[in-house]
Design a protein around this ligand. Sequence first.
Ligand code: HEM
Length: 189
Amino acid sequence: MQTIDPLIDASAARYSRGAIILHWLIALLIIGNVLGAWLSEDMPKPDRAAIMALHKAFGITILVLTLARIAWRLLHKPPPMVETLKAWEAALARVTQWLFYILMLALPLTGWAFVSGASQGKPVSIFGLFNMPALPVSFDKGTVGTFKDMHSILGNLIVALFVLHALGALKHQFLDRDATLRRMVPFLK
Ligand code: HEM
């Protein structure tokens, strides 16, 4: 568990406004991107293509927002963890956070790499506003297939992690009744 500065009331401490905005914005975009990819699987080709164009643009947006979030995190100290947290809970929370950061970077990068190889170097349109260049990856079928598989596996992993994270938040709010969720939800008393 984190050592608590006696001048900070851990039960009242919150993440900074920037961290809260980035947390919820990225969470919503990831949920939208996962649902978009899954729900469009059985759609007619033109509809699937339209949704996947948004998926790619939002995916690269998530990558940029994640970089901003990591920079923000390095510049703003997070509030101390709730004092009543058990050592295993604090450790699990830390591991989950690190895995989220890794996945939030690796997931869009593997998607981008897959699309770059599969399209043989075509740029990705960002909402029709501008293009992001293709990543310099091999067009070889095996490599493209590997990026596709990685993207799919990491997609499933982030969903599993999301479920664990959400269940943890609900446990703290309704079973432990501690101040954990309040740190990230501004309007909770
Ligand atoms: C954090 C951002 C992203 C998330 C959460 C995400 C999630 C997913 C998920 C869950 C799938 C379905 C995988 C499956 O079940 O097989 C998928 C498929 C796909 N994603 Fe992403 N993705 C992200 C970013 C990107 C980016 C940046 C690109 C490209 C620029 C991309 C391109 C694709 C493509 C083309 C597919 C379809 C793969 C196929 O043909 O089966 N994704 N994505």
